[in-house]
Structures are given as structure tokens and as C-alpha cells.
Ligand binder design. Structure first.
Ligand code: C2O
Ligand code: CU
Ligand code: CU
Length: 518
């Protein structure tokens, strides 16, 4: 009997029982262990790649600024976008666009963002990577109800702060320059809301970074990479149990392990192309997929070999640049990289490819290299100072196991056997202290911790991987892997979440709370 349960559980995850019996789950993607999830096929003919120009999400001007604060306004609304050439797709967008507008803040200048919700469902806004007071962090039950105040749809609202129509989110921005992003975070329904378009960049700049001779202006491009699938009528396809996103949470079998799309969007356009000068560019890569892991590289590689020079991680500059031939990034991870297109002959087509893809998900986008151009940028050997946390700095060690489990007869995802509950607190760290968290997993789980930045101490039996350096807020854990992280709790006292950033896992309970104590 236990055997049978395990099998049906795995079947419902879209994972073959044969692989499971060997202890090696057969994961989607032809090249082995790439992502946990099942491919959701589009029902219309997919376009040829590299037809449309790469858009740059527009920067949002503050509606006003004073000595210490920039004030922004965003309306969340339904609209129509051209994600596939010539196809009209209904989306949910911040100001009606996907990605949402890019917000830019200076370190130490407060950003106050007024969000107005004209969508048919409640929303929650989270600034991912932000060191934000708890009441502004987008706790999953701190709902912003639609204008006009629809019902809370059975959400547990209890003592949480629920607002109707619009509210301000306050971000102190007392943190270093980094590529942050904002996205929906409503309990049980984050995955479909982000799938429909509720995600955008929020960049923080500071003097330290400005002093570096890095590429800037047109040569600094944020790239939100996201896979999606489309129905025959051009709408976004998603296997919600309840497509109104107000009733039962989660997705149908076999997608409970994660939803993998078959179209690669970059900044909201399928397989775009960009004309670039023969010069250095700074690309801020964000994996905005719900569940898909990416392994990105340039094809062909530049003459001098490694094509991607990493200068930053999730939470800002590395101490020194790291040259990579390829970069693996899980959902929500950011890699700030420099690419020198001056290494290519003019006229070369350079494709950004995803080695973990299969078929149409191998290609991501294409760069067409123009003539050589004036380029005063450089990548200095020293970028910043990053204090390296030591094992001995940790005053507390915690074990957290991320795994699949039957919950009320359905596959769900748990942390230490507990499905998410706003009332269960896994950890009560003191502000100013460092903790060591030992994370273990069954499948691929990209684990994200709100508020508190961390460093990867070990992975498996070795040290951090080539992609684990710098300050992180999300760490990619592979099947049956153990990862140790050192987390620095600083900032604000209160209740925050940590969770798997495979958004289907998050919606299906793989989230926990910690409460920082002053
Ligand atoms: Cu990017 Cu808790 O989320
Ligand atoms: Cu976050
Ligand atoms: Cu997960």
C-alpha cells in the first residue's frame, strides 16, 4: 500500500514511477535533471524565433519626490499584450504591461509605491530582495482587495491587514545597489497571477556602483526571462484547478510539480532579437519562470572563451568578477553579467541559449552584433567589498526539509512536514544574528528567504558552486541535495515568510514563517 501511494503521488507530479523506483526522478527536459514540473504545450502554432525587437520595460517616473522619498503610482489592471507576434493575449499587468514598469531607487532614498487594484481578485505586492518592514513586505494574507471591495473569497484574514482598492507600500531602500523585482504574492494564487503578468523590475543604484566604469545607459539591459504557454485563442494557458483564482488553489495533475511553458519570453516578447554594438553590455538576468530552471550561455561563445562575466548576484555586486561559460539560474535568481560583443565579428548572430531546454525552449533570444563602437567601459578586478560569513558566525543551526507529501488526498509540498499556515512559526531569529540553515530536498526547490540576505556555505559535500557566490536571497537546491546557508538577520522585527520559489510549490503549501526578534 505505501508503494501504491508513492506511485500515484509521483504520477500526479508528472514523474515516472520507473525513475522514482531508481531514486532518480525523471524530470522534464530531454537533458536530464533540469526542472521539476511538466511541460504544458501551447495549442496554437508557435512563431518563428527572433522576429520582434527586444523591448525594454519603461522606467516609471515618480509622481513626486521630496528630500527623502520618491512616490510612485501603479494601477494593476487587465489589458491586452502582444507576446506572440500578431496574437492578442489578455494579461494582468502593473500599469497594464508585462513586465511591469521598472522602478529605480537610490540607496537610502525611500520609495513609496501606491498600488491600486482594478483586477477581479485580491492582490499582494512583494518587493523580492527588499529589506522591508513586515507590514510592507507583502505578507501573503495582507490582501489588497479590488477597488469597490469584493469579498475576501474565503481567505483567512484574521488579524492581518486587509485594505480595499489602493494602498501604499513603503520601501526604506537601506540596502546596496541590486536588481530587485516585484511580483504578486497572494496566498495560494501567486503562480497564476505571476503567469498572467504581475512581475516587474525594481533596481537600486548607489554611489559605490556608480563609481565603477561598467556599461550603462542603453548598454545596461534588464532581461526578465519567462516561459509561458498559450491556448488556441491566444490567451495564456495555465492548469488552475479554479481559473477564477478565488476558490480552490493549485493546479491539476500532472502539473503539481510545476508548470513549464513551451514559449520563451524575454521582457514580454517571444524569442526576441536585439541589435547591439560591438561593445560591452551589462545584462541583468532574472529567471521569471514559475518552475523552469535555465542554463544560459552564448552561442557561439566569444573568441576568448567564457562569454558571461558575472559581476553581481541576487543582492548586488560580487567582490570580484567571475567568468562563466554558462550560468544556471533557478526561479527568482538574478545574475548581473557583462557580455563583450566586441569579441565577435560585426554581423555575427549570437543566440542566448538555454542548455536545459528541449526543442523550442533551447533558444531564448538573439543578439545581432553591429560594428565596433566606442566603449569606455571596463570590468574592474575589484567590484565591491563582500564580507565572507563564517560557519563560526552562526549562533543557531536549523534543519529544514523541503519535500512532497500527500495533503488531504492531494500532492502538496511541505517544509519539515508542515504545509503553510500563517500561524506556524519555524524560526525566531534575533536581529543582528547569523544563523546556519541546512536545507534538504527531494526535487528541485529554489528556496527564497524574505528580508534576510544569505551566503551559500556548502553544497552537497563540497563548497559553494561557481554560481553560488555573493549575497543571495534565493538558492537553487537540486534533488536529494543538502545546501547550507549562513543568513544574516538584520533590519526589522516581525513576521516574514520563506518559501520555495517554484511558484506551484509555493501555492501548494511550501512556505513557512520566521519571526525576527528585536
Ligand atoms: Cu519572489 Cu516571497 O517571493
Ligand atoms: Cu522575496
Ligand atoms: Cu519547490
Amino acid at each position: 500500500m505505501p508503494e501504491l501511494t508513492r506511485r500515484s503521488l509521483l504520477a500526479s507530479l508528472g514523474i515516472s514511477a520507473v525513475g522514482a523506483a531508481l531514486g532518480v526522478p525523471l524530470l522534464a527536459g530531454a537533458r536530464g535533471s533540469s526542472s521539476t514540473g511538466a511541460l504544458l504545450r501551447s495549442q496554437l502554432r508557435l512563431p518563428d524565433p527572433f522576429q520582434r525587437a527586444l523591448p525594454r520595460p519603461p522606467e516609471l517616473d515618480p509622481v513626486r519626490s521630496d528630500g527623502a522619498t520618491d512616490y510612485f503610482e501603479i494601477t494593476q489592471k487587465e489589458s491586452v499584450a502582444e507576446l506572440l507576434p500578431g496574437v492578442r493575449t489578455a494579461i494582468w499587468g502593473y500599469n497594464g504591461i508585462f513586465p511591469g514598469p521598472t522602478l529605480v531607487s537610490r540607496r537610502g532614498r525611500r520609495a513609496v509605491v501606491n498600488h491600486r487594484n482594478t483586477l477581479p481578485v485580491p492582490v499582494v505586492v512583494h518587493l523580492h530582495g527588499g529589506r522591508t518592514p513586515p507590514e510592507h513586505d507583502g505578507y501573503p494574507t495582507d490582501l489588497l482587495l479590488p477597488v469597490g471591495g469584493a469579498a475576501t473569497n474565503g481567505h483567512h484574514v484574521g488579524s492581518h491587514n486587509v485594505t480595499v482598492g489602493e494602498r501604499d507600500y513603503h520601501y526604506p531602500m537601506e540596502q546596496r545597489a541590486a536588481t530587485l523585482w516585484y511580483h504578486d504574492h497572494r496566498m495560494d494564487f501567486t503562480a497564476p497571477a505571476v503567469w498572467r503578468g504581475l512581475a516587474g523590475f525594481h533596481l537600486i543604484r548607489d554611489d559605490e556602483e556608480d563609481r565603477l566604469p561598467l556599461p550603462r545607459g542603453d548598454r545596461e539591459i534588464p532581461l526578465l526571462i519567462a516561459d509561458r504557454s498559450f491556448a488556441a485563442d491566444g490567451s495564456l494557458r495555465y492548469p488552475s484547478i479554479d481559473s477564477s483564482l478565488t476558490g480552490a488553489p493549485g493546479v491539476n495533475d500532472p502539473y503539481r510539480g510545476g508548470v513549464l511553458g513551451d514559449v520563451m519570453l524575454v521582457n514580454g516578447v517571444a524569442w526576441p532579437r536585439a541589435e547591439v554594438d560591438g561593445a560591452r553590455y551589462r545584462l541583468r538576468l532574472l529567471n521569471g519562470c514559475n518552475a523552469r530552471r535555465l542554463r544560459l550561455k552564448l552561442d557561439p561563445a566569444p573568441k576568448d572563451g567564457s562569454g558571461l562575466t558575472q559581476i553581481g548576484s541576487d543582492l548586488g555586486l560580487l567582490e570580484r568578477p567571475i567568468r562563466h561559460e554558462a550560468i544556471e539560474l533557478a526561479s527568482a535568481e538574478r545574475y548581473d553579467v557583462i557580455v563583450d560583443f566586441g569579441q565577435y565579428d560585426p554581423g555575427t548572430d549570437v543566440t542566448l541559449v538555454n542548455d536545459f531546454g528541449a526543442g523550442r525552449t533551447v533558444d531564448v533570444m538573439r543578439f545581432r552584433v553591429g560594428g565596433s563602437a566606442r566603449d569606455d567601459s571596463r570590468v574592474p578586478d575589484t567590484l565591491s567589498q563582500v564580507p565572507i560569513l563564517q560557519r563560526a558566525d552562526a549562533t543557531v543551526t536549523r534543519d529544514l526539509v523541503f519535500r512532497s507529501e500527500e495533503i488531504e488526498g492531494m500532492t502538496g509540498w511541505t517544509i519539515n512536514g508542515e504545509p503553510f499556515s500563517p500561524d506556524h512559526i519555524h524560526a525566531r531569529p534575533r536581529l543582528g544574528q547569523t544563523e546556519r540553515w541546512r536545507l534538504a530536498s527531494d526535487f528541485h526547490h529554489p528556496i527564497h528567504v524574505h528580508l534576510a540576505p544569505f551566503q551559500v556555505l556548502s553544497r552537497g559535500t563540497g563548497g559553494p558552486s561557481a554560481w553560488d557566490h555573493g549575497w543571495k536571497d534565493t538558492v537553487d537546491i537540486r534533488p536529494f541535495e543538502h545546501v547550507e546557508i549562513l543568513i544574516r538577520f538584520e533590519g526589522y522585527a516581525g513576521k516574514y515568510v520563506f518559501h520555495c520559489h517554484n511558484l506551484e510549490h509555493e501555492d501548494m503549501m511550501m512556505m513557512g514563517n520566521f519571526e525576527t526578534l528585536a
